[in-house]
Write a protein that binds this ligand. Structure first.
Ligand SMILES: Cc1cc2nc3c(=O)[nH]c(=O)nc-3n(C[C@H](O)[C@H](O)[C@H](O)COP(=O)(O)O)c2cc1C
Ligand SMILES: CC(C)CC(=O)C(=O)O
Length: 400
């Protein structure tokens, strides 16, 4: 049980954080954080897919010390884990994104800040100082607004732009429709001001839908203010040329988040991105798609089979692979690394930690992940994340 008889909170795994967070959050906030799209098949599959992957431990390999240090975009992370972008974190805790960023810095892992932050990106940067931060970008129909966001992220010391490409329209999150999701009056989308953006608050969904500048408004937009907002503000016309445009206006590395097929992974590399982020948005967009961990091996293989040589040095171009979705155990991270991921991201567990204990709660969640990963490495006979190989796992269709 997550909460002891005296009301103390003694979590022993990430699910305990989730159970306690549910008790502490409003119905609207918990519904927004936890839910997936439609029947939530993909949301469940993100977890279940990990259960179908078996580990193949080796023994007698001196695991008295385990090295988790990982290089990422020329920086160092104390483990191959990063914080995924999640919107509106002040719904979880009054210190919201600031607490998450400080916690990530304390633990020594990168934090990705969402465009949909309830704290201005500059304030997050200032409060977390030298911590490694990436900025997640949604492209707005107002292109100038998008350019301003990028310039501000550069000026504030973010080290990469993570372009999310799996939200050309809002996924159908039925919990949000049932709860008539909106931001409470004391919170705003803090990266924008009312004058330039016109919608720093998700006000009444019905009005937002009616006032929107474009898009087809359906039932969802009259029931969820977030749905109305996204469908009226985001640019649904993005193409691969958008990557070229983005690269032409920023010198920061560009990461594309939301890749789910080998075809798109190859295209991403052709367009010169620094990393692809294999993700189905935590099961919140298209229900019925595979889990990222399921598609990861075919993406890895396609990239290896068709290497691209850098013209000058004749070296294969190295595009990193990051993955997220349903990671709740240290052994999940080990499986993802074995199947070809360079970095593994966590979304909801960080929100549960934030809801349970603010900055310290997020530190505790990330520390628990580190402890579990270290133990999984030891028990699998691997003493360095750089040495994790494909031989460490067996997929269901492979012989024992
Ligand atoms: C409440 C919530 C808000 C999210 N907001 C964003 C966002 O603003 N931008 C984005 O690219 N992804 C967003 N995501 C997706 C996460 O970055 C990530 O892909 C997903 O949560 C990973 O799955 P997990 O929660 O099972 O770890 C959000 C996810 C959740 C649960
Ligand atoms: C505005 C939303 C699209 C933010 C988001 O990415 C999410 O809630 O999953």
């Amino acid at each position: 049980m997550a909460v002891s008889a005296n009301g103390g909170f003694h979590p022993i795994n990430l699910d305990d954080y989730e159970a306690t967070a549910k008790e502490r959050l409003t119905t609207q906030a918990h519904g927004y954080f936890s839910s997936g799209a439609n029947d939530q098949w993909t949301l469940r599959e993100n977890r279940e897919a990990f259960n179908r992957i078996r580990l193949r431990p080796r023994v007698l390999n001196d695991v008295s010390k385990v090295n988790l240090n990982t290089s990422i975009l020329g920086h160092t992370s104390t483990m191959p884990v990063l914080v995924a972008p999640t919107g509106m974190q002040k719904l979880a805790h009054p210190e919201g994104e600031t607490a998450t960023a400080r916690a990530a810095r304390e633990v020594g892992v990168p934090m990705t800040l969402s465009t949909m932050s309830t704290t201005p990106l500059e304030e997050v940067a200032e409060s977390s100082g030298k911590g490694l931060r990436f900025f997640q970008l949604y492209v707005f129909q107002q292109r100038e607004l998008t350019v301003q966001l990028i310039k501000r992220a550069e000026a504030a010391g973010y080290s990469a732009i993570v372009l999310t490409v799996d939200v050309p329209a809002m996924g159908r999150r039925e919990a949000d429709l049932r709860n008539h999701f909106t931001l409470p009056p004391h919170l705003t989308l803090a990266n924008f001001d009312e004058e330039t953006h016109g919608a720093t608050r998700l006000c009444g969904a019905r009005e937002a839908a009616r006032d929107g500048s474009g898009g087809d408004f359906g039932l969802a937009d009259t029931k969820s203010a977030l749905s109305a907002y996204v469908n009226s503000m985001y640019d649904g016309s993005l193409t691969w040329k958008t990557i070229d445009w983005l690269k032409s206006i920023t010198a920061l590395p560009v990461i594309v988040k939301g890749i789910m097929t080998p075809e798109d992974a190859l295209l991403a590399r052709e367009h010169g991105v620094s990393a692809i982020w294999v993700s189905n948005h935590g099961g919140r967009q298209l229900d019925g798609v595979d889990a990222p961990i399921t598609v990861l091996p075919s993406i890895k293989q396609a990239l290896a089979e068709k290497p691209v040589m850098e013209s000058h040095f004749r070296m294969p171009t190295r595009m990193a692979i990051w993955v997220d979705g349903g990671v709740r155990r240290g052994s999940d991270i080990l499986k993802a690394l074995a199947l070809g991921a360079d970095m593994v991201a966590v979304g909801r567990p960080v929100l549960w930690g934030l809801a349970c204990g603010g900055q310290q709660g997020v530190v505790d969640v990330l520390s628990m992940i580190r402890e579990e990963l270290t133990l999984a490495m030891k028990l699998a006979g691997c003493n360095d994340v750089k040495k994790v190989s494909r031989q460490l796992v067996r997929l269901a269709h492979e012989p024992v």
